[in-house]
Ligand binder design. Structure first.
Ligand code: GLN
Length: 496
């Protein structure tokens, strides 16, 4: 087995026992990137040199007998909306095409101090607005299970990097599903932690009351290992949560007796693939057979949640994106007056979806419409939160789907924004409620494409999500773990 096929925890073990060096591990992933990324396009920027440099230093420190972090020498890919000092951070937007942050996000500081080689920055929908990674200003990313399909979004580059063996771990961001939906479409594990559990300092703001950094990995244990590193209070993020961080890797295999699981009944299942519904039912009966108490929960506001999200997120975005004026950051198109410069810079710098969100958001916040749209949406958000609080009085955990369908075709939804928005229907309400949520492989569709389950827990119960993900990893049917890329590996990739 190649090193790039190993999980982060396997690599961590091998590195600690000095069976392999960090340079060997990093080289294996870099070669894999060279081989498959020209076809998949997961990376916007590659940082091979820096990655090897970090790996070399870690090998040296290990030789010196220094006490190192368990993830020292384990490489990682980073979504390109997370600020990296002296390394361009584009948000897949022309407006930030050449922007080089003067500081590191707190999560980047953490992974640098742990000695994790950074392999590069991954593709996304521009400013994380989208569900397919097709809104990137540079190029779309392809799904490694079928190159004609999207990988999901907006963290599509990170999901593909992990799924195709180009990185054992990746950072993503999730505002309304951007970690969980691509994870499920690419057959990897995606964790959106509780809002505030992981510092958002240095994450380029999209919708600040919803944005959350999280993890894409091959399994629950790897997520736990990585969460141990990045979770915790950060004085630089005023919304970050105080309090102890447990060891997420400890006790991941509990019994299921007495666990109360609520299977989500979606308000409307229009647009759901019947195989997705079947997958959720199968998972529910597996839990029941293993001793859990399984019931049904209807979150009556799942229908309204989507509408509320698509007012709140654009409203916040319209304000957050005001800073790109051609003066303070990145691209400037010039002009004879300040107004002309703003117009030209923003007109050329932002893509169509970003402009659409700015217009929707500005409209929803404008005098005369504020009460009818933004305020109403905020009231719906409060009701969504309450419906979760009620559900968690009866159940320890909620079970549902991570996406209503398997990966759709490239170009299939780009002409119809509403259809694109509907692909987040399973993910949005968790985000509005601020609760932790995890997507994990749930089986294969008859088309061969992966399907994903979604588990949701009360605030700060990430451990429970990881425990349950371990349970499913053990008992669910063994679909192939990795996409077969033999058309690339065999070298017959000319027509791609
Ligand atoms: N797809 C959703 C949107 O377009 C969610 C994106 C995200 O979570 N960043 O807003």
């Amino acid at each position: 087995m190649n090193l790039y096929e190993k999980t982060a925890s396997e690599l961590s073990r091998m590195l600690q026992s000095r069976e392999v060096s960090a340079v060997e591990v990093t080289t294996s992933f870099l070669e894999r990137i060279d081989q498959v990324d020209p076809h998949l396009k997961a990376f916007i920027t590659r940082t091979a040199e820096q990655a090897l440099d970090t790996a070399g230093r870690i090998d040296y420190f290990r030789q010196q007998g220094e006490q190192l972090h368990p993830l020292a020498g384990v490489p990682v890919a980073v979504k390109d909306n997370i600020s990296t000092m002296d390394l361009r951070t584009t948000c897949a937007s022309l407006i930030l095409k050449d922007y080089i942050p003067p500081f590191d996000a707190t999560v980047i500081t953490a992974l640098k101090s742990a000695g994790m080689p950074i392999l590069g920055k991954t593709n996304l929908d521009e400013f994380a607005m989208g569900s397919s990674t097709e809104n990137s200003a540079f190029f779309p990313t392809r799904n490694p299970w079928n190159l004609d399909r999207v990988p999901g979004g907006s963290s599509g580059g990170s999901a593909v990097a992990v799924a195709a063996g180009m990185a054992p771990l990746a950072l993503g961001s999730d505002t309304g599903g951007s970690i969980r939906q691509p994870a499920s479409l690419c057959r990897v594990t995606g964790l959106r932690p509780t809002y505030g559990r992981v510092s958002r300092y240095g994450l380029v703001a999209f919708a600040s009351s919803l944005d959350q950094i999280g993890i894409i990995s091959m399994n629950a244990l790897d997520s736990a290992l990585f969460l141990n590193l990045i979770a915790g209070y950060d004085p630089l993020d005023s919304t970050s949560l105080p309090g102890e961080v447990p060891d997420y890797t400890a006790g991941l295999e509990p019994g299921l007796e007495k666990l109360r699981v609520g299977v989500i009944r979606y308000g409307s299942t229009e647009g759901f693939d019947p195989e997705v519904t079947e997958m959720v039912q199968k998972a529910a009966s597996l839990l029941e057979k293993s001793g859990a108490n399984v019931g049904e929960v209807s979150l009556p506001l799942t229908d309204y949640g989507l509408s509320a999200y698509y007012l709140i997120a654009p409203a916040e975005a319209s304000s957050n994106l005001g800073r790109y004026d051609g003066v303070r950051y990145g691209f400037c198109a010039g002009g004879d007056s300040i107004e002309e410069m703003f117009n030209r810079t923003r007109g050329k710098g932002f893509g169509p979806e970003v402009k659409r969100r700015i217009m929707i958001g500005t409209y929803a916040l404008s005098a005369g419409y504020y009460d009818a749209y933004y305020l109403k949406a905020m009231k719906v958000r409060t009701l969504v939160r309450r419906s979760y609080e009620e559900a968690f009085k009866k159940y320890d955990l909620l079970l549902g789907a991570a996406s209503p369908t398997p990966a759709f075709k490239l170009g299939e939804k780009t002409g119809d924004p509403l259809q694109m928005y509907l692909s987040d229907v399973c993910n949005i309400t968790d985000s509005l409620a601020g609760v932790p949520s995890l997507a994990l492989p749930g089986g294969a569709h008859t088309s061969g494409l992966p399907l994903g389950l979604q588990l949701t827990a009360p605030p700060l119960r990430e451990k429970l999500l990881l425990q349950m993900a371990c349970f499913f990893e053990k008992y669910s049917e063994q679909a192939p773990r990795r996409p077969v890329l033999d058309f690339i590996e065999g070298g017959s990739s000319d027509e791609l």
